[in-house]
Ligand binder design. Structure first.
Ligand code: ADP
Length: 418
């Protein structure tokens, strides 16, 4: 038996794509964006390797992986080919059709997270219903199948309506705040006509936004990260500050416990990000409400690459492979992550020159570029900055990101940073 096993191992190693080290795990990642790219960095350090299902050879993650399969994640055969021989299959986005994942699982493939959990990251209405059933705080919401449904909801929440596409939204695309009954009726009419499934929820009085992240293994082990503040501009995450400053201890604990309870309650495996609203309740008290779930590494977890014992990318790989989870203590008082979003007009100074200027001015800045071409508003990089004092750390992270976007320094930025 032992000899047979050794022989088949040897055969398997001979058939291996040279990208994969002998006897080390292979993780198939469906998706080719910056999240998959940064999983590759973690995989390298762990001696593991990725197989990527990518849309093109120059996609962000395809640039840095050696085993790249070109294909379409909505095509079952392509997903099947990517999964072949992998120890686990995971994702950098939530859009693979669940029936494909069911087919893979039926074939014995180790898909993590499972489609039963993923549905709650794919459909905002299903997510709201499930969270309510689990007793998690959510704003009042309704399914919107007609203009009449929308108008009834408008009356129910006294016009404080946030309308959302149930599926496919990102960075604020698919979220609307109509300010009159007529505007709501017109918008709902048009969206339903165009075939967009809708839901509506109460527009909450936002005091801020938090992100509570946790990793969970198929065996049920969980490890949470410190809760961070996420600063949004125009519906897009601009900054994450870890740990969330000035956060009431009870709210911090509630957020962290909620993330673990949801990971367990939904059976999530890998990394789960719980996006939370801090809002003013009817009685004036500050309370939490869940906004959204992501079942993969998340933008608000990028700070862990430089400010935490275990990064979200390493933890995701450990979790989907059911390995022991890493420690999540911070390694600095504060870590600020600032996103670099393509400017309206790309500055004449090339990116490599901008990087050089930031390196000169801020030796402590950790720059993470995604290998993407400029497009207005596109996430093309982020900067992590660790430091002792919040304001100085934040200013330095913002200034570095600002320079990468505009090739100019903001007026208030200091020469040394933290
Ligand atoms: P996406 O899936 O595009 O990220 P979100 O549902 O997270 O969309 O919404 C984007 C932003 O819109 C949020 O970060 C928040 O600032 C605002 N928003 C969303 N829902 C509400 C709401 N119910 N009340 C107030 N603001 C909201």
């Amino acid at each position: 038996m032992v000899i047979e096993a050794q022989q088949s191992n040897a055969e398997a190693n001979q058939q291996r794509h040279p990208a994969h080290a002998p006897d080390m795990p292979i993780v198939a990642v469906i998706g080719d964006g910056q999240l998959a790219r940064m999983m590759q960095t973690a995989a390298i350090e762990l001696g593991q390797s990725l197989r990527l299902l990518a849309s093109s050879n120059d996609a962000s993650a395809a640039q840095v992986c050696s085993d790249v399969l070109l294909g379409d994640y909505t095509n079952l055969e392509d997903v099947r080919r990517a999964a072949q021989g992998a120890d686990a299959v995971t994702f950098d986005h939530e859009h693979v059709p669940n029936e494909h994942l069911d087919a893979l699982i039926a074939q014995g493939v180790n898909v993590q997270p499972r489609p039963e959990a993923l549905i709650y990251a794919q459909d905002k209405l299903e997510m709201r219903k499930k969270l309510q059933a689990l007793g998690a705080p959510v704003p009042p919401f309704a399914r919107i199948d007609s203009v009449e449904d929308a108008l009834a909801f408008w009356d129910q929440v006294q016009g404080e309506v946030c309308l959302k596409a149930r599926r496919g939204g990102y960075d604020g695309h698919g979220v609307w705040f109509p300010d009159t009954r007529e505007a709501l009726a017109t918008q709902v009419g048009e969206l339903l006509e165009a075939g967009t499934p809708l839901m509506a929820e109460e527009k909450v009085a936002l005091r801020g936004e938090l992100s509570a992240m946790v990793a969970r293994t198929p065996s049920g082990a969980t490890q949470a990260w410190p809760v961070v503040e996420s600063v949004q501009r125009d519906g897009v995450c601009a900054e994450a500050v870890a740990p969330a400053p000035n956060l009431d201890v009870a709210l911090r604990q509630q957020a962290e416990e909620l993330s673990v309870a949801l990971a367990n309650g939904l059976g999530v495996t890998g990394v789960l990000a719980v996006e939370l609203f801090v809002c003013q309740g009817k009685d004036g008290a500050v309370e939490l409400s869940v906004n959204e779930l992501a079942m993969r590494p998340h933008n608000t977890g990028h700070w862990t690459q430089d400010g935490c014992c275990t990064s979200q990318f390493e933890q995701h790989l450990r979790a989907v492979l059911d390995l022991p989870l890493g420690d999540t203590h911070t390694t600095a008082n504060y870590t600020v992550m600032a996103n670099v979003l393509g400017a309206a007009h790309d500055p004449a100074m090339p990116m490599n020159k901008r990087v050089l200027e930031v390196m000169r001015r801020y030796p402590k800045a950790k720059i993470h570029l995604y290998g993407k071409e400029h497009r207005p508003g596109r996430k093309i990089a982020h900067v992590n900055f660790c430091g002792e004092h919040l304001e100085a750390t934040r200013n330095a992270a913002q200034a570095a990101a600002h320079f990468l976007v505009h090739a100019t320094w903001p007026e208030q930025s200091s020469e040394q940073g933290e």
